[in-house]
Design a protein around this ligand. Structure first.
Ligand code: AMP
Length: 115
């Protein structure tokens, strides 16, 4: 069995987090090291290590992940001005936690490209 990640420990309550949203399939919480005034992480409860590990079977989950992230962005007051969704993948993509997560960043103008 794959070693449990910090996000697995957040899901089980072993590590504390600041909840933003929760349902039977997803959990969202504030990033501990925010890169913008609003920085929320949305994770599926299913531990998919990285986006490239998702399968055809995960297609509905991935669709619902985006829709949940839309609702959270709205709840956080980001929709009018705009915001960014980010999924880092692997070492060069900057992924440090190998439990699929979507970053929601907003609350100020964001630079592009991110560097
Ligand atoms: P990534 O680099 O895409 O894998 O993103 C991992 C994110 O998880 C980083 O932005 C970290 O700041 C964040 N992070 C790591 N540990 C925690 C934690 N215990 N609570 C909240 N966010 C965390």
């Amino acid at each position: 069995m794959a070693e449990e990640t910090v996000f697995g420990k957040i899901l089980s309550g072993e590590i504390p987090s600041t909840e933003v949203y929760s349902d039977e399939e997803f959990y969202a919480f504030r990033d501990i090291n925010p890169g913008a005034p609003t920085h929320v992480l949305v994770i599926p409860r299913k531990p998919i290590p990285k986006i490239t590990d998702a399968t055809e079977e995960d297609a509905p989950l991935l669709g619902r992940l985006l829709l949940a992230a839309n609702r959270i962005a709205e709840q956080e007051g980001l929709t009018e001005k705009g915001f960014r969704f980010v999924i880092n993948c692997g070492e060069w993509g900057g992924q440090t936690v190998f439990h699929l997560h979507l970053h929601i960043l907003g609350g100020r103008p964001l630079q592009w490209p991110p560097g």
